[in-house]
Design a protein around this ligand. Structure first.
Ligand code: PLP
Length: 408
């Protein structure tokens, strides 16, 4: 619960329903099955309480990812009996949750990562926000957290982004990282569907991932742990998917690698890298045709918005030039063979944070697979081209349906 809005002393003698109506605590006992029709999000009931202590904005070049936050947060509470309560924008503040809240014990948490950009006319834009909302709904539903009307939530996020627009530097490469988060708040140690939940959105101004130009990364293929498996939850953006990845990431870092590459199965299928999807450009073994390959959506990888954008752009702009665009399974051996036979053109990661991250080499089975960059080169031509195409749509240089212009 938002601490300053919770008059604790007034909670004690009231009935749970009355409590909800007056102060909306986040940790409640669910009232069980209900016949009341649950309400969806109602953007018209938004209330805004502005901060009285606005923060100073940092010089853009001092921004560090996820370290500083804007003045406000958006929050909406949900109960199984009532549905979504009125949305609120309030000053950014601590949450106060009962220590028995199910989020702390059973990882009832799903989240998103998206950005707001400022275009050359100073207008705030979101990039394919409906995709993030659809993914959050899918992730939430997978762990019995509530779902919501995506369009209504985008309306609220847009209002929030507009309110915080002074935090978005109007320079290419800069943006406001938005973190929509859903947590189960029911106070119980029983393992079951949460009877109450909280959605909140916080935001952090960010600079370009590579402030001084691209720096190609080195990967370590992880063969002693798996991130996801068929029938699991690797395709959902759940908090529970991320904590277990840190130790393999630290192990890779210890040996001097930037990220670890997740393989799957005896065949060592290449899946994804850190918090990015992976793309490989190589010449096809049989035809010699150029092929852009990424792993298929088989449930073991996250359905990245950047991944989808790259595939779509490649089908539109590269396929007519003779490229094959493939979503298919490929193994670490396929990649190594292509490198050995001089067929590997480029490898790059793709995600909201960096857009694209060029890969120099991959450590696998004690050897180094060279991913095709020339000495001294930090990014391949295709990687740079794709970044430009995506940025043009994110910053509104190319007017496109992927860009959602926030009303002023
Ligand atoms: C595991 C994982 N894969 C891929 C991605 C890339 O997804 P997106 O392009 O939507 O940022 C992310 C980042 O959200 C991620 O956490």
């Amino acid at each position: 619960m938002l601490r300053q809005l919770r008059p604790r002393s007034s909670l004690i003698q009231q009935s749970p329903l009355r409590l909800l109506a007056t102060c909306r605590q986040y940790s409640i006992q669910a009232s069980g099955a209900s016949t009341i029709k649950r309400q969806d999000i109602d953007p018209s009931s938004l209330t805004i309480t502005k901060t009285t202590t606005p923060k100073e904005t940092l010089p853009p070049t001092d921004l560090v990812f996820g370290r500083t936050f804007t003045d406000h947060m958006l929050s909406l509470e949900w109960t199984a009996s009532e549905g979504w309560l009125a949305p609120r924008i309030t000053p950014y503040q601590n949450l106060s949750l009962d220590p028995a809240s199910c989020v702390f014990h059973y990882a009832f948490t799903a989240f998103e990562g998206m950005k707001a950009y400022k275009d050359s006319a100073g207008q705030v834009r979101l990039f394919r926000p409906e995709r993030n909302m659809a993914r959050l709904n899918k992730s939430s539903a997978r762990i019995a957290l509530p779902t919501f009307d995506g369009a209504a939530m985008i309306e609220l996020i847009a209002k929030f982004a507009q309110l915080e627009s002074r935090f978005i530097p109007d320079m290419k490469g800069y943006s406001l990282y938005l973190r929509p988060t859903m947590i189960g708040t029911q106070r119980t140690l029983g393992v079951g569907p949460p009877g109450s939940a909280l959605f909140y959105l916080i935001a952090s101004p960010v600079g370009p991932y590579y402030p001084t130009g691209f720096k190609a990364i080195s990967l370590e293929a992880t063969d002693y742990a798996v991130r996801a498996w068929p029938g699991g939850v690797g395709n959902s953006k759940l908090g529970a998917n991320y904590a277990p990845c840190i130790v393999p990431q630290m192990e890779a870092a210890k040996r001097g690698f930037h990220q670890n590459l997740w393989l799957f199965g005896e065949e060592e299928y290449v899946t994804e890298v850190g918090t990015m999807n992976l793309f490989v450009a190589m010449k096809n073994k049989e035809t010699g045709q150029k092929e852009l390959i990424t792993a298929p959506l088989d449930g073991t990888i996250l359905e990245g918005v950047t991944r989808d954008s790259i595939l779509s752009l490649a089908r539109q702009k590269l396929a007519p030039e003779g490229w094959i665009i493939s979503e298919k399974k490929y193994t670490m051996k396929d990649l190594d063979d292509a490198a050995n036979q001089g067929r590997l053109i480029e490898v790059f990661g793709a995600g909201t944070a960096a857009i694209v991250a060029p890969v120099r080499n991959i450590s696998w089975k004690g050897k180094m697979v060279d991913c095709g960059l020339k000495p001294g080169e930090e990014a391949g031509q295709l990687t740079l081209q794709l970044k430009d195409w995506i940025e043009a749509r994110q910053y509104g240089d190319e007017e496109h349906e992927w860009s959602y212009t926030v009303p002023k």
